[in-house]
Design a protein around this ligand. Structure first.
Ligand SMILES: NC(=O)c1ccc[n+]([C@@H]2O[C@H](COP(=O)([O-])OP(=O)(O)OC[C@H]3O[C@@H](n4cnc5c(N)ncnc54)[C@H](O)[C@@H]3O)[C@@H](O)[C@H]2O)c1
Length: 338
């Protein structure tokens, strides 16, 4: 009998790639998603790649009746909690939404897990929990001081998980702090499909390259970085998905709480990404410089050593591969999953 894993937000960008890796590794997968930022068609593509289907529930995590039904109908070996909302600007304007979907929803999930005695959880956190006071490269033990609502909503969920393990050591939890996942599955069947104008760099570049947007705005070119543009730690989404499977397998046998950065361990500037993309796509990307955005940091990247030591995981795919796969996805799906 295969072990069964619940993936919340499994139709999203990271969740869908993680479902593919879970299926390929031999798990059965149940997806719970409210499709607020994804489409059910994603899961058909996951089946196309993996050759096996997931069981799907269209439900909001905050709806405790639905959660109860899902947990009553399946015996889960573990949960990957990828559901959440992630637009940093929107979070500043609408904090209630972010605390509801990232904090309240997480609380509802772990409550259902506790009641059904499912105590293995991998949680999607974010490098934004570190904030501007941390020194780069960010190490997991750096003090948390997020400077955005989004980062605080993730930190609050992390704190609950710490309290949970302190109160009951039979929990097995991994908190994964992602840096900047980009790229797409090499098949070109699944990828990032933002609604509206993308707020992240790579999908924005893709939409300029395909002609849907006229140009890329680069916010700030006077940062104290080698070329003046912001530096971030980009990693391929398939590397990230593989990291989830390794983290899950690790916590199966290890109780307690493990916190890991999942990043490349090096930074790339916005202009470096633009140049790499131009090379991969064989065309120029129009861009213009604009003023810095409030809250943006000049440069941050992960110290990714612990994930390598503990899980034997490291990001293996380079920037060229990230750009090539993102571009393939965009070309094959100019309008996303519509
Ligand atoms: N993409 C990034 O750059 C990044 C970086 C760090 C952390 N994260 C975190 O990783 C997770 C996945 O991110 P992603 O990029 O795949 O985002 P995504 O928006 O593509 O996927 C999130 C999924 O969760 C679903 N969802 C949202 N709220 C829900 C709710 N209340 N109930 C049920 N489903 C709900 C959405 O419909 C979507 O399918 C999120 O928690 C995000 O905060 C993302």
């Amino acid at each position: 009998m295969r072990q069964k894993i619940l993936v919340t937000g499994g139709a999203g960008f990271i969740g869908s790639h993680t479902c593919v890796e879970l299926l390929a590794t031999g798990y059965d997968v149940v997806v719970l998603d409210n499709f607020s930022n994804s489409k059910p068609a994603v899961l058909d593509r996951v089946r196309q790649i993996a050759g096996r289907d997931v069981i799907r529930y269209e439900a909001d995590l905050r709806d405790r009746g639905n959660l109860e039904r899902v947990f009553s109908e399946h015996a889960f070996s573990g949960v990957l909690h990828c559901a959440g909302v992630k637009a940093i600007d929107e979070a500043q304007r609408n904090p209630i939404k972010y605390y509801q979907h990232n904090f309240e929803a997480s609380l509802a999930l772990i409550d259902a897990m506790a009641r059904h005695n499912v105590r293995r959880l991998v949680f999607s956190s974010s490098a934004t929990v570190y904030g501007e006071s941390a020194r780069v490269p960010y190490r997991e033990e750096a003090p948390l001081a997020p400077n955005t609502v989004y980062g605080r909503s993730k930190m609050m969920a992390e704190e609950v998980l710490h309290d949970l393990v302190s109160s009951d050591p039979s929990w097995h939890i991994a908190i994964l702090r992602y840096f900047n996942p980009v790229g797409a599955h090499p098949s070109g069947l699944i990828g990032e499909d933002p609604s509206g104008v993308p707020s992240n760099l790579m999908p924005h570049i893709c939409q300029v390259a395909i002609g849907k947007l006229p140009e890329l705005g680069i916010f700030g070119h006077d940062y104290p970085t080698p070329d003046g543009t912001g530096v971030r730690d980009y990693l391929h989404v398939v590397d990230l998905a593989e990291g989830h499977v390794k983290a899950l397998q690790y916590i199966f046998n290890e109780p307690g709480l493990l916190t890991l950065n999942l990043g490349n361990g090096r930074g790339y500037s916005v202009l470096e990404v633009v140049r790499a993309f131009e090379h991969a796509a064989g065309s120029r990307i129009n861009y213009k410089f604009a003023a810095r955005r409030a809250g943006d940091l000049a440069s941050y990247y992960a110290d990714a050593a612990r994930a390598n030591e503990v899980l034997g995981w490291r990001a293996r795919r380079d920037l060229t591969e990230m750009c090539r796969d993102a571009w393939r996805w965009q070309q094959q799906n100019p309008n996303g999953y519509e």
